[in-house]
Design a binder for this molecule. Structure first.
Ligand code: ADP
Ligand code: MG
Length: 587
């Protein structure tokens, strides 16, 4: 263990607490006063035993009893105040961390999201966050309260009877050591449990989104097995933690009890020898009780701190992930765009790709003039989707550049670029929202007229016939709509703001022949005055384009009109006829 270093991430979390510094001070003030009140009570008891009780002074006994009671009440009131302030602060801090995490996740590049499993992100946003909340709301405060309490009690014990106090302090050393051992084992275990919870969340998430495939292939039992195994591993790890806790707990209880026995024995001898008053011994033993719990708790709080440090570390793994695709300083916004799209020596390698894998794209030179439509044709895996993803900067190119009206897209504000370039992907993702919200996702300000026009264009007017029309909520990823219906909705979403550049990654793959003809006709109208880059498979869709570009293994093999390529490039005809005969292309 590298000592305090592992608490570094937790210490960094104070940035989230800083806005509440004033309240934290109030909290600490309450805690300090509470400790003072509880520590004074044994002294009052000592005064009662050695004074009124010994002398049989009844009125003074009542008076001092009231004082002890008052101190108890004051302590209770202070605890209440502290909790009151604390809970509100902690909930706000948690909300801030959650907001920041979500915002950061939204801004991280696609490469990050490909690299990270959804479940791992989910467990950070839920489990890790609640661990940190538990520490902030409980552990952090008690760490301070207990430290204060221990310090105050030890000082008083030393004043009362220093040899006995030394005995007590020495006996606390093994308790502290045990606490540390416990904390270390607990932290390792909790990291394991947290990771396994993430794995489990990933499995649940995958089986929910892949439910259709699972059912179609009848592989439910297989997944159940996989899930069962992961759940058993998690249970084993959790049981290990329980065993660890139970073992240490017993030992931690034993030490204070032994100490108490020793103090009573030695103290009783001191009292009979007249070296100590009876009241002092009573005060001493009740202070020992005051000391016992803070020391026992210390191990547990240490464990909470370790757990929270682990959670903070995991959160910072996400927070520290640099934003790769982001606005450059001095990035400009283009008000109007003619729509000249140029790829200049573009190459691209996926961030996770191995060193000996060929790049997904190499030396692509292609210009799409304003208003022109270029179709991208190529076999599966030739890089078509990758090429389309580079235009709206879902990824940044690894070499060369892409320009829009002569501006490198990396010099444009992302918001500006993405308002001029609309995209529809082969897998149309719809959100759990109403049809209207899905349609206007990129342009919430779209008018009723624009919505209607976009729906007409995409041949998606069927939505008016849904039970609640445009206000119909469509299920998770629009599962209640057919593939073709979803594609048409995604297409309408892309064209709603009349973008200058339309990038369509095979958006017609799931359409039936009849709808396809209608959508193609509508698309032809949009594309007349829009720059278009579309990935297509079928010869009929190729007809929408002025020119065709053939991709082969990430290289632009040929470009020209359909008839030119048919005449000069046998590979082109081969790809077209191969994909046409597949019926529904795979990608
Ligand atoms: N997220 C990714 N990470 C790593 N490699 C990828 C990723 N997506 C695609 N690839 C690889 O890049 C190449 C081109 O893929 P893609 O552009 O999807 O082809 P197409 O759309 O033409 O079928 C393929 O070799 C594919 O395996
Ligand atoms: Mg593809």
């Amino acid at each position: 263990m590298t000592g305090l270093r592992r608490f570094g991430p937790l210490w960094r979390m104070r940035a989230f607490v800083r806005p509440y510094r004033g309240r934290m001070l109030v909290m600490l003030g309450c805690a300090a006063l509470g400790v003072a009140a509880s520590t004074v009570v044994p002294l009052v008891i000592m005064a009662i035993v050695d004074g009124p009780i010994r002398r049989g002074d009844r009125p003074q006994l009542v008076w001092m009893g009231v004082l002890a009671l008052g101190l108890g009440l004051a302590e209770a009131g202070l605890i209440f105040c502290r909790r009151w302030v604390q809970q509100r602060v902690v909930l706000r801090v948690e909300a801030r961390i959650r907001d920041d995490l979500y915002t950061h996740l939204q801004r991280l590049s696609l490469a990050f999201h490909h690299r990270w499993q959804t479940g791992q992100l989910l467990s950070r946003a839920t489990t890790d966050l609640s661990v940190i909340r538990r520490f902030l709301g409980f552990g952090a405060i008690f760490l301070v309260v207990n430290a204060l309490q221990c310090a105050a009690v030890v000082i008083l014990l030393l004043i009362l009877n220093w040899p006995l106090a030394l005995l007590v302090t020495v006996s606390m050393a093994p308790a502290a050591w045990l606490g540390k051992r416990f904390g270390t084992g607990y932290a390792a275990g909790s990291r394991r449990v947290q990771d396994q919870q993430g794995d489990l969340a990933t499995l649940v998430e995958e089986s929910a989104t892949g439910i259709r495939v699972t059912k179609a292939f009848g592989r439910g039992p297989l997944l159940q097995d996989r899930f069962g195994r992961a759940a058993r591993t998690l249970r084993e790890s959790s049981l290990d933690m329980v065993r660890l806790r139970a073992g240490f707990w017993a030992l931690l209880q034993l030490i204070p009890n032994l100490t108490m026995a020793a103090v009573v024995l030695v103290g009783a001898i001191a009292v009979t020898d007249g070296r100590m008053s009876l009241g002092a011994l009573v005060a001493f033993t009740s202070m020992l009780v005051l000391l016992q719990w803070p020391v026992i708790d210390l191990g547990w709080i240490l464990a909470l701190a370790e757990e929270a440090a682990t959670a903070a570390e995991r959160l910072y793994e996400v927070f520290d992930e640099p934003l790769t695709v982001t606005d450059r300083p001095g990035a400009v916004a283009l008000a109007r765009v003619r729509g000249r799209l140029a790829f200049e020596g573009v190459s691209f390698r996926y961030p996770g790709a191995g060193p000996d894998e060929p790049p997904a794209l190499r030396g692509i030179d292609l210009v799409v003039e304003p208003g022109e439509t270029v179709a991208i044709v190529g076999a599966t895996g030739s890089g078509k989707s990758t090429l389309t993803a580079l235009v709206p900067r879902l990824y940044d190119v690894s070499g060369g550049r892409i320009t829009l009206d002569g501006h490198d897209v990396r010099d444009l504000r992302l918001s500006s670029l993405r308002s001029h370039v609309a995209v529809a992907f082969e897998e149309p993702v719809l959100f759990s929202m109403s049809v209207r919200e899905n349609l206007t996702f990129g342009h919430p300000e779209a008018t009723e007229e624009e919505v209607r026009a976009a729906l007409e264009l995409a041949q998606a007017e069927y939505v008016y016939d849904l039970p609640w029309g445009l206000d119909t909520r469509i299920g998770e990823q629009g599962l209640s709509l057919s593939g073709g219906q979803r594609q048409r909705l995604a297409l309408a979403r892309a064209v709603i703001a009349r973008p200058s550049v339309l990038v369509l990654d095979d958006p017609l793959s799931a359409l039936d022949v009849h709808t396809e003809a209608l959508v193609e006709e509508a698309l032809a109208r949009v594309l007349r005055d829009t720059t278009g880059l579309l990935v297509v498979h079928r010869p009929s869709t190729v007809a929408l384009a002025d020119r065709v570009a053939l991709l082969q293994d990430g290289i632009l093999a040929a470009a020209g009109t359909h008839s030119e390529l048919m005449a000069t490039t046998p590979a082109y005809a081969a790809v077209l006829s191969a994909t046409a005969s597949e019926g529904m292309p795979a990608s």
